[in-house]
Design a protein around this ligand. Structure first.
Ligand SMILES: Cc1cc2nc3c(=O)[nH]c(=O)nc-3n(C[C@H](O)[C@H](O)[C@H](O)COP(=O)(O)OP(=O)(O)OC[C@H]3O[C@@H](n4cnc5c(N)ncnc54)[C@H](O)[C@@H]3O)c2cc1C
Length: 401
């Protein structure tokens, strides 16, 4: 076992941290208050190569491993959750989905501009009447000659109003339930595509979340990802990657809670001493430290499995479940340490609490992940290797069987 970071890992940590602190931190309070999504952040992440961090160089990526993806996610969310969300949906859910399931032609045409940051990717699974229950999807895709015609609505989609390339899930055969769902690459410029932003969110206000409608949207048959009926399997494997970045990001949010709490606890005085000297305050910080360390280990283990190209659904779900719940608790306790001041936006901890709640809901709610972990433990669920095999590292370009 080797817990040390490589030179590449340290470089990613430095690049992501400096970018977040220099370009995002100074404006985040204002952008969060105004609900303003700063598109320049996409350009910045793209220029640094972070949007294509774990894709092979032959597809325009940096060719780094999954631990690098985790480190970047942690560092970005340490400053602001909406920044990490970009990496989760663009790189984790959309890009890695295309990388694993796309044909060579699809990878060259659609993954490469995503990895280069020239186009932005999003993931369209959730609908007004289908969240946790994916089989309740209503979007349909009907074959018509060389195209499929897609109709339906997706909602609560991160980057819906700014992305160019969408990995979209629709029924090609509703009667077959899960086995009747298929995956498609849909582009914003296809006729019949329209999107809108959701306002009034609790958190991630500086991020873009929205809905999109496909109305008689003609999608070339060449944009079918995998085979007809493989959409559910594809969506779940994408979630294995998205959840990994969410777990790593939540770890960064806990670290941000520690940083803010330690600073404040050493400044604020009660009863003639800094509150850092009160043991009940020390306990709150100790819980955060316990969790940040545990989360990193869970995330790195999942990343290690990913690097080896091994199935990691259980380990990633466990990391995501634990880290998101722990980050919500850490943010709540960080406010507690800040007292009344933490209850206002004078300090960032109230934003941490609002931002942390989303991740307890999206990409597998707390309850869905609890059911998964319980099912594994009770022998009710077992994973098989997937086909095509998971793209491991350092051989991420290996071809499907
Ligand atoms: C900020 C944000 C960004 C998002 N981004 C995306 C995105 O990019 N792409 C995308 O496709 N989706 C996205 N989503 C949607 C997200 O994935 C869904 O909200 C999530 O899957 C839960 O679905 P739901 O909201 O419909 O809740 P529901 O599925 O209706 O669940 C409601 C409640 O019931 C519980 N529940 C449901 N079923 C069970 C059960 N069997 N047992 C016990 N409890 C249960 C849930 O845990 C939850 O607490 C995003 C959501 C948010 C908030």
């Amino acid at each position: 076992m080797d817990f040390s970071l490589t030179e590449d890992h340290r470089l990613v940590q430095k690049i992501a941290r400096e970018f977040a602190e220099r370009e995002v931190a100074p404006h985040i309070k204002e952008n969060d208050e105004k609900g303003f999504f700063d598109r320049r952040i996409l350009d910045g992440l793209g220029e640094l190569g972070l949007l294509g961090i774990c894709f092979p160089e032959k597809y325009g990526g940096m060719g780094l491993d999954y631990i690098s993806l985790a480190i970047a996610s942690e560092e970005l969310e340490r400053v602001e959750t909406s920044l990490r969300v970009i990496l989760s949906v663009h790189t984790g859910l959309c890009g890695l989905g295309l990388f694993q399931w796309g044909t060579e032609e699809q990878k060259v045409k659609h993954l490469t501009p995503l990895a280069q940051g020239k186009r932005i990717g999003a993931f369209g699974l959730t609908e007004p009447n289908a969240g946790s229950d994916v089989a309740a999807l209503e979007m349909t895709a009907v074959r018509d000659g060389s195209h499929y015609v897609l109709n339906g609505e997706k909602t609560w989609i991160s980057l819906a109003d700014v992305a160019d390339t969408f990995l979209v899930f629709a029924y090609t055969n509703k009667a077959a339930k899960h086995a009747g769902i298929s995956a498609f690459i849909v582009q914003r410029d296809f006729p019949g595509f329209s999107s809108s932003a959701i306002h009034g969110k609790l958190g991630i206000r500086a991020g873009n979340t929205g809905s999109f409608v496909l109305q008689d949207c003609r999608v070339p048959a060449a944009n079918l990802v995998g085979r007809e009926g493989e959409g559910f399997k594809i969506a779940m494997s994408c979630l294995d990657n998205g959840r990994f970045t969410v777990a790593a990001g939540a770890t960064g949010l806990i670290q941000a809670c520690i940083d803010a709490s330690v600073k404040y606890a050493n400044q604020r005085q009660t009863f003639g001493v800094p509150i850092a000297q009160h043991q009940l305050v020390q306990r709150l910080v100790a819980h955060m430290v316990r969790d940040v360390e545990a989360c990193r280990l869970l995330v790195y283990r999942a990343g290690w499995l990913k690097n080896r190209g091994e199935r990691n659904t259980r380990e990633t779900a466990l990391a995501k479940w634990y880290a998101t719940c722990a980050s919500f608790e850490a943010a709540s306790n960080a406010i507690q340490i800040h007292g009344a001041y933490g209850y206002s936006n004078e300090y960032p901890v109230e934003r941490y609490l609002r931002n942390s709640k989303g991740a307890v809901i999206y990409e597998g709610s707390r309850e869905i992940l609890e059911i998964m972990i319980g099912s594994y433990a009770l022998g009710l669920r077992q994973d098989k290797p997937v086909n095509p095999p998971l793209p491991g590292w350092p051989d991420p370009g290996k071809e499907a069987d």
